[in-house]
Design a protein around this ligand. Structure first.
Ligand code: AMP
Length: 282
């Protein structure tokens, strides 16, 4: 396995693979890889002849005052995990390789980015769509792998691929959790031991929400109220949002019907964590 830093090197490698008739999978990440990322890489390795993992902390998806500077980085550990898992190439560009100084072209979206994280992070999905489009153009994969952990991102990417006719398949992968339920995230490293314990309120509330829906709750307001009430029992938690939306359009819905996404963002101290569940209701 090779780690490369330039677009030219990625293109040359993919071109060589294409000449041999090999299929290519792409797993875009911001690095500091854990078992959540690894599950995407494993799936990509199973479904493609060669797998490219991008490791890039994308500056343009961070807003002012967010954690761009402090975001954890460890390329050596990331490369070891990728190699161990069967990836063929790690693409780790510098920001200057991805964005010229006078870079001025963005991919943006309406509607799907209006609710949930789009509300409190108004330029986030523009940054995500732009970098993912660039990675799609640079690698030209047959399949690209994204986690359900970032459910709105997955809906946004699916919509972008459809709307802009990218010739690839988007594969969504389930959320990987710690043994005690907390969804794995590179940002969990920010938590103090006390906050790590408090962060369990997210997964506990997700499991509560799932139980209420299983028991027949179909009223979005009631479901959200019960989930918020549960989060409020944790003194270190501060709710950003808890919402019920249609999974494809990411529009708010009053009644749970069809493919439903129940998503939340909660601050534990200064750390903003997300979690969600999806449910199909006939
Ligand atoms: P990130 O490095 O946080 O940008 O994540 C890169 C990809 O890994 C995204 O598609 C995420 O949804 C996915 N991912 C991150 N954490 C998890 C997890 N706990 N389970 C499944 N996928 C994940």
């Amino acid at each position: 396995m090779e780690v490369v830093h330039t677009i030219k090197e990625v293109r040359a490698q993919v071109k060589a693979w294409r000449k041999e008739g090999l299929s290519v999978g792409l797993v875009p990440t911001m690095g500091y890889l854990h078992e959540g990322h690894q599950s995407l890489i494993k799936r990509a390795v199973a479904e493609n002849d060669r797998v490219v993992v991008s490791v890039f902390v994308n500056p343009i998806q961070f807003g002012p005052g967010e954690d761009l500077e402090t975001y954890p980085r460890d390329l050596a550990a990331d490369a070891a995990l990728c190699e161990q898992t069967g990836a063929a190439l790690v693409f780790n560009p510098e920001p200057s390789e991805m964005y010229a100084e006078d870079f001025t072209t963005f991919v943006d979206m309406n509607g799907v980015t209006k609710e949930l994280c789009g509300k409190t992070r108004p330029t986030h999905f523009r940054g995500v769509c732009t970098v993912v489009s660039k990675l799609f153009h640079i690698v030209g994969p047959d399949r690209a792998y994204f986690g359900q952990k970032d459910a709105q991102q997955l809906s946004v990417i699916r919509r972008m691929v459809r709307d802009l006719n990218f010739d690839l398949e988007v594969v969504g992968c389930p959320i990987i959790r710690e043994a005690d339920g907390l969804a794995k995230s590179s940002r969990n490293t920010y938590l103090s031991p006390e906050e790590r314990q408090a962060a369990l309120i997210l997964s506990k509330t997700i499991f509560l929400g799932q139980k209420l829906v299983e028991e027949g709750e179909r009223d979005s307001q009631k479901l959200v109220a019960a989930m918020k009430k549960n989060i409020e029992t944790e003194p270190l938690a501060r709710i950003d949002y808890v919402e019920v939306v249609d999974a494809a359009s990411v529009e708010k819905i009053d009644k749970l019907q069809g493919e439903v996404l129940v998503a939340m963002a909660v601050y534990i101290g200064k750390t903003r964590l997300i979690d969600n569940f999806m449910v199909e209701i006939a």
